[in-house]
Design a protein around this ligand. Structure first.
Ligand SMILES: Nc1ncnc2c1ncn2[C@@H]1O[C@H](COP(=O)(O)OP(=O)(O)OP(=O)(O)O)[C@@H](O)[C@H]1O
Ligand SMILES: [Mg+2]
Length: 230
């Protein structure tokens, strides 16, 4: 197996009123290619901070983060943006779809940074939508789709560039349990297809959909274990 994300003693401190608030303290773990990892922790434990670092939206105060062979902890904002576009597919709690664009146009959005014709962009976006079971809904706008369907569009958008990691932040947080279950089934399917998924959640039950759970508390890893199939 190849290591896709390697964190080594990653710390994050936020400056606050002349002091520094420690949000992450020497976090070390490695995500292997093809793994489905859940990161779990209570409110204030550092999940969003960690997700921002994993997603190249922010850099550590100290420590090293190697993403797909690139040391990202010291990159300029411009280089970081470039790495983010190529290496990460994001899925957010509130879907973050553009309301004026239909499903296939939303999914095609991350492809604008690639040298592809309009037809190729459309073809790839349509294939990604088919993969998440929404071929019949390509022309629907977000407000014409259910919450679960919107999240599946967002997952198709996260996959369309074939980024090496899908990073999901509370992907079921805005869904009822039945619909949330369907979205988790989709992640499980993508995982079986070989996608690498890192999912952040405060919900223990949601976390156990991963093959491995990393638990953080007060900015530290307190557990890192394989999920035993039931
Ligand atoms: N911009 C900031 N400035 C100062 N302190 C911050 C900032 N962002 C986060 N923190 C602090 O860092 C710690 C971790 O915050 P973080 O948002 O990562 O937690 P979280 O696990 O995502 O919580 P929640 O489940 O409530 O979203 C908290 O103590 C928080 O107060
Ligand atoms: Mg948070």
């Amino acid at each position: 197996m190849a290591a896709i994300a390697i964190l080594d003693k990653v710390s994050k401190r936020y400056p606050m009123a002349g002091q520094e608030v420690p949000a992450l303290r020497e976090i070390s773990f490695t995500v292997q290619s093809g793994e489905f990892v859940s990161i779990m922790g209570p409110s204030g434990s550092g999940k969003t901070t960690l997700m921002h670092i994993l997603g190249c939206l922010d850099v550590p105060s100290s420590g090293s983060y190697v993403l797909n062979g690139i040391e990202v902890s010291a990159l300029s904002e411009m280089r970081l943006t470039d790495v983010r576009r190529k290496q990460i597919g994001f899925v957010f709690q509130n879907f973050n779809l553009i309301s004026t664009l239909n499903a296939v146009e939303n999914v095609a959005l991350p492809l604008v940074y690639q040298r592809l014709s309009q037809a190729e962009q459309h073809e790839r976006a349509a294939a990604a939508l088919e993969h998440v079971g929404l071929k019949e809904r390509m022309k629907y706008r977000p407000n014409q789709l259910s919450g679960g369907q919107q999240q599946r569009v967002a997952i198709a958008r996260a996959m369309v560039t074939q980024a090496p990691i899908i990073l999901a932040d509370e992907p079921t947080g805005n869904l009822d349990s039945q619909t949330g279950h369907e979205v988790l089934e989709l992640f499980a399917k993508l995982s079986r297809d070989g996608h690498t998924i890192v999912m952040i959640t405060h919900d223990h039950e949601v976390a156990t959909w991963g093959q491995r759970t990393i638990e953080i508390k007060d900015g530290r890893i307190v557990a890192d274990r394989e999920v035993v199939a039931q």
